[in-house]
Design a protein around this ligand. Structure first.
Ligand code: 25A
Ligand code: L14
Length: 341
C-alpha cells in the first residue's frame, strides 16, 4: 500500500489523541504524521509509538504535502481550514458537524455505506458518535429485513463534549464528596446560558435547542441516520441525555422491521455475523453491554434484544460503544483505510 503523509487537526483533544493512537496501532501506512492544534498547544511534545511529535499551530501552509488530514477541532476550525487543505491536495476526513448534511459530501460508516466514498470531492464527513454506533448495529437488520421506524433514547458520556467536560465531571465528583460548592461551567454545552452539574445527575440536553424543541444532537441523529441509510422515508426520532459516564455511549433503541413474525433468534444471528458488532445478550448470566466495559474497545456491543409485546414488527435493543473510538477516531481511520484500498 502507498505510504501517506497525514495531519491531525485538534491533535491534543479527546478525539485527536485517539486518532493518533489508532493510526499507530493499526499499522496505517504512514510516511509522516503532523500534529496540529491551536496556538495555545503549539510546542507541546507528544510521545507515541516510540516517536516524539511536536504540536504545531494550524495555518493554511500546514497542509502543503499532506495526503490525508483528519479534522477534530470543532466545526468552526473545519469551516476555516478544510477547503484550504483540499486546495493544497489533501483529502479531509472531518469529525465535526460542519459538512455532514451538505448534499455532495459523503457521510460514511464503512460497514454501512462505503460506496458513498466513490467520486468524493476532497471532504468526507465522519458522522456523529451516537449515530455511528446505532447504524452499525442496525445495518444488518435493515439489509435483511427492512427498517421502517427507529425511536432512540441515548445515555451519553461526557467525553463526547471534549476534554474540558471530562475534567468538569472529575472536579464535580471531588467537590461532591468533599461537600464543597459544585461548579458547573461547561455542560450541557459551553455556549449555553445555564450550566448544570453533571456529577450524580442526568441532563436531557446535548447541544442547543432548535425551534422544534429537539436538541441539535437529537436532530443530528435523525438526519444523519436517514442520509447514511439513503432512506429519507425512514421514521427516526431521538432523545439524547448526558450521564456522568466518562466514556461509552449507551442507547435504548426501539425498531420496527419491514416484516412481521421475525424472531429474536433471527436478530441474534444477523448481529452475530455483522462486521464490527458483538452480541452480549444472555439474561440468565446477566450478560449485557455496559459503557465501562466498552471503553477502549473497537466494537459496537448489542444486548437486551427483545420482541415488543404490542407490535408484530417491533423490537428493543441496547447498543453500547466507545464514543471516542467507533464513534469518532476509529471510524475516521477506517474511512482512510477504505480510501487507500
Ligand atoms: O463543533 P462541533 O463539531 O460540535 O465540535 C465541538 C467539540 O467537539 C469535540 C471537539 O473537542 C470539539 O472542540 N469533537 C469534535 N468531533 C468530535 C467527535 N466526533 C468531538 N467529540 C467527540 N466526537 P475536543 O476536546 O475533542 O478537541 C478539541 C481540539 O480542538 C483543538 N483546537 C481548538 N481550537 C483550535 C484547535 N485546533 C486548531 N486550531 C484552533 N483554533 C484543541 O486544541 C483540541 O485539540 P488546543 O490547542 O485548544 O488544546 C487543547 C488543550 O488546551 C487545554 N485548554 C482548553 N481550553 C483552554 C486550555 N488551556 C488554556 N486555556 C483555555 N481556554 C486543554 O486542556 C487541552 O489540553
Ligand atoms: O457532532 O457533546 O460529532 O457528546 C458528538 C458529541 C457533538 C457533541 C459531534 C457531545 C459531536 C457531542
Amino acid at each position: 500500500m502507498k505510504k501517506v503523509n497525514v495531519a491531525i487537526v485538534g491533535a491534543t483533544g479527546a478525539v485527536g489523541t485517539k486518532i493518533l493512537e489508532k493510526l499507530l496501532e493499526r499499522d496505517f501506512p504512514v510516511q509522516s504524521i503532523k500534529l496540529l492544534a491551536s496556538k495555545r498547544s503549539a510546542g507541546t511534545e507528544i510521545t507515541a509509538g516510540g516517536h516524539n511529535y511536536i504540536v504545531e499551530e494550524t495555518v493554511p501552509e500546514s497542509f502543503d504535502g499532506i495526503d490525508i488530514a483528519f479534522f477534530s477541532a470543532g466545526g468552526s476550525i473545519s469551516e476555516k481550514f478544510a477547503h484550504e487543505a483540499v486546495k493544497r491536495g489533501a483529502v479531509v476526513i472531518d469529525n465535526t458537524s460542519a459538512f455532514r448534511m451538505t448534499e455532495q459530501i459523503p457521510l460514511v460508516v464503512p460497514e454501512v455505506n462505503a460506496d458513498a466514498l466513490n467520486g468524493h470531492a476532497g471532504i468526507i464527513s465522519n458522522p456523529n458518535c451516537s449515530t455511528i454506533q446505532m447504524v452499525t448495529a442496525l445495518q444488518p437488520i435493515r439489509e435483511k429485513l427492512g427498517l421502517n421506524r427507529i425511536i432512540v433514547s441515548t445515555y451519553q458520556a461526557v467525553s463526547g463534549a471534549g476534554s474540558e467536560a471530562i475534567d468538569e465531571l472529575e472536579n464535580q465528583s471531588n467537590q461532591f464528596t468533599k461537600r464543597s460548592e459544585i461548579k458547573a461551567e461547561i455542560l450541557p454545552s459551553a455556549s449555553a446560558e445555564r450550566h448544570y452539574p453533571i456529577a450524580f445527575n442526568a441532563i436531557p440536553q446535548i447541544d442547543s435547542f432548535d425551534s422544534s424543541g429537539y436538541t441539535l444532537e437529537e436532530l443530528k441523529m435523525m438526519n444523519e441516520t436517514k442520509k447514511i441509510f439513503g432512506d429519507p422515508e425512514l421514521s427516526v426520532s431521538a432523545t439524547c441525555v448526558r450521564l456522568p459516564v466518562v466514556t461509552g455511549h449507551s442507547e435504548s433503541v426501539y425498531i420496527e422491521v419491514g416484516q412481521d413474525g421475525v424472531t429474536v433468534k433471527e436478530l441474534h444471528d444477523l448481529l452475530t455475523n455483522a462486521p464490527g458488532v458483538v452480541v452480549q445478550d444472555d439474561p440468565s448470566k446477566q450478560l449485557y453491554p455496559m459503557p465501562l466495559f466498552a471503553e477502549g474497545k473497537d466494537e459496537v456491543f448489542v444486548g437486551r434484544i427483545r420482541k415488543d409485546p404490542e407490535h408484530p414488527a417491533g423490537f428493543h435493543l441496547w447498543i453500547v460503544s466507545d464514543n471516542l473510538l467507533k464513534g469518532a477516531a476509529l471510524n475516521s481511520v477506517q474511512i482512510a483505510e477504505t480510501l487507500l484500498t
